[in-house]
Design a binder for this molecule. Structure first.
Ligand code: NAD
Length: 549
């Protein structure tokens, strides 16, 4: 995708945000309804709001700030050149309004939207964003349990928006995978996109493929509950077992055993919910059997355990709830160091610009060779979508160093147009979601939303170009509060300062949050920050209980 070189806005800072707004719709699921992803995550409240946002961005001066409230522009205020160009708050309500019923009533009367994580903050880059996280997760699993070696194969299920990243990430790490999917269209779609090597409806054939030379990505048409139970009853053993059906939503996200897709879509929701939970119980009990035989088993942030437990007696529910979650087990050690899903977008639309940034990232962190390895693999395996973009897990000080180097390259003309830096909201400081990002925090702060709010305040202080605070939604998504950030490297000295401040404040707060919660890795990162040869500021953590310990 090549973008028009002509600017429609008065500054590149505003132009960048306008291009991102257009880009999230270009790569989104239902652009006609302004829906970007996650069933109902929208880029703007409605079409009149969208057009008003576009108009406001084109007229915005550098010392003004556009204010958005739940996807609708409410005005432009006089600020200063180091203030954000856009501030946005989406669907934040008082606690007693944070119910599914209130949410839907307000959505239907046009008063609010669900902003997803990156939809209303115009930061979504399609599957490219998810892939980095799934890759980092599987890499952490290999490091923890297999000393970095490639073990046997991965058994999982679900090939939806998130789940389809599983076989691709496994292949990038040299692991064969068997993914069970109930919808033949999903299997065909991913095979056509190159994400699956084989599709079959024969379990025996699938098992012999993953048992052969790899890595091979096999998609198996079937129901996860049935297939997992059959595998658990047999004599083959996958090395790693997880699941990424949309189990969080028992009415619309998980097909019960024995039900075809047509019947499932028509069936009465309460009945589907009960049957789906029973099937999830069967699937998770099979996962426990495989764990007992030596497989590494974990839940991948879809609430499968809680759903399954609700259909089981207390003893078995307790065992199912004991399956480890992906965040606590594998990704939190990275979050403790401020390492999370950073991303950049070449606003020119020119792949050559992306290549320059990739190259800088691949060479700037020799003490973390995994960064160069990821960039190499991502260039080979990650299908492009929309404006050229890359997600890459970088930490405190790393993000700002890379962004500063890119800003220099834009100024010097080595990159043809500005580059936007952003991240997923599921990051070290930016997210509270006790079912995904912050489950099992050591200090019990799983549901405490102070952190993303502090993050947003700091990001605005640092002059980030866009700062967003998202909350609520229905059901499972009603468990979250997040802060999002975008900063534009336009080659100016102002951008150099904004990038340094915003990116270091964001990941620095993430480290302090985890140090405060009692994670030694984060306290170590604070110490390391004082000894870095580079110019990111040492972190100053106030350890209130340090003396007592
Ligand atoms: P999706 O709805 O796009 O896809 C789910 C897939 O599961 C569909 O293709 C569906 O056909 C398939 N499926 C449903 N029931 C099945 C069954 N019984 N057997 C086999 N296949 C079945 O969902 P998604 O976007 O891929 O997300 C998957 C889950 O991951 C969601 O619960 C989501 O909330 C969760 N999630 C995880 C993270 C993370 O970082 N790990 C982050 C956000 C969300």
């Amino acid at each position: 995708m090549t973008a028009d070189p002509t600017l429609r806005c008065r500054t590149w800072r505003a132009e960048a945000l306008l291009r991102m707004l257009e880009n999230v719709l270009a790569v989104g699921e239902r652009p006609g309804d302004l829906v970007v992803y996650a069933a109902q995550g929208k880029a703007a409240r409605d079409w009149p709001s969208y057009h008003a946002i576009v108009r406001a961005l084109t007229e915005l001066e550098e010392d003004q700030t556009l204010v958005l409230q739940s996807g609708r522009p409410v005005g432009v205020l006089q600020t200063h050149v180091s203030a954000p160009m856009v501030v946005s708050a989406v669907n934040n309500t008082v606690g007693n309004w944070a119910t599914e019923e209130t949410f839907y009533r307000r959505v239907h009367s046009g008063q609010t939207i669900w902003g997803g994580l990156t939809a209303a903050a115009w930061q979504y880059i399609g599957r490219q964003g998810v892939l980095g996280g799934t890759y980092e997760l599987l890499r952490a699993v290999l490091r923890r349990h297999f000393d970095g070696r490639v073990p046997g194969w991965l058994l999982t299920s679900g090939l939806g928006g998130m789940g389809s990243a599983q076989p691709i990430s496994a292949r990038m790490l040299g692991i064969s995978s068997l993914t069970v999917e109930v919808d033949p269209a999903k299997l065909d779609k991913l095979r056509a996109a190159g994400g699956l090597d084989h599709v079959t409806d024969d379990l025996r054939a699938a098992l012999s493929l993953v048992d052969g030379p790899g890595p091979v990505a096999v998609g198996l048409l079937g129901n996860a509950a049935t297939v997992f139970a059959e595998i658990a009853a047999g004599d083959v053993l996958p090395a790693v077992v997880t699941d990424q059906t949309a189990a969080h939503d028992a009415r619309h996200g998980y097909v019960p055993e024995g039900m075809d897709l047509g019947t499932w879509r028509q069936a009465e929701p309460e009945r589907v919910e009960r049957l789906a939970r029973e099937s999830m119980a069967r699937q998770t009990l099979a996962m426990l059997d495989l764990a007992e035989r030596g497989a590494v088993v974990f839940e991948n942030g879809n609430n499968l355990r809680v759903q399954a437990a609700s259909a089981l007696d207390p003893e078995r529910a307790g065992r199912v709830l004991g399956i480890p979650g992906f965040m606590e087990g594998y990704l939190r050690p990275l979050f403790c160091r401020g390492i999370g899903p950073f991303r950049w977008v070449a606003l020119s639309g020119d792949e050559a610009d992306l290549a320059v940034v990739d190259e800088l990232a691949a060479t700037m962190f020799p003490d973390r060779p995994e960064v160069a390895e990821w960039i190499r693999l991502a260039r080979e395996h990650v299908p492009a979508q929309g404006l050229p973009a890359r997600s890459c897990w970088l930490g405190y000080g790393e993000r700002s160093r890379l962004a500063a180097a890119v800003n220099d390259a834009v100024r010097a003309g080595r990159i043809s147009a500005p580059v936007l830096f952003s991240r997923d909201h599921l990051d070290s400081a930016g997210m509270t979601h006790p079912r995904i990002g912050t489950e099992g925090m050591r200090d019990g702060s799983d549901g405490v939303t102070d952190w993303p709010l502090l993050d947003a305040m700091l990001l605005a202080t640092g002059g980030a170009d866009l700062v967003a605070v998202h909350s609520g939604g229905a059901g499972y998504s009603g468990w979250m509060q997040s802060a999002g950030v975008s900063v534009v490297a336009d080659g100016s000295t102002g951008a150099a300062s904004r990038l340094r401040l915003a990116l270091d404040l964001d990941s620095g707060l993430g480290v302090l949050r985890h140090a405060t919660a009692g994670y030694e890795e984060a306290a170590d990162e604070v110490e390391r920050s004082a000894k870095r040869p580079h110019d990111c500021p040492p972190l100053h953590w106030i350890d209130v209980h340090g003396e007592e310990r």
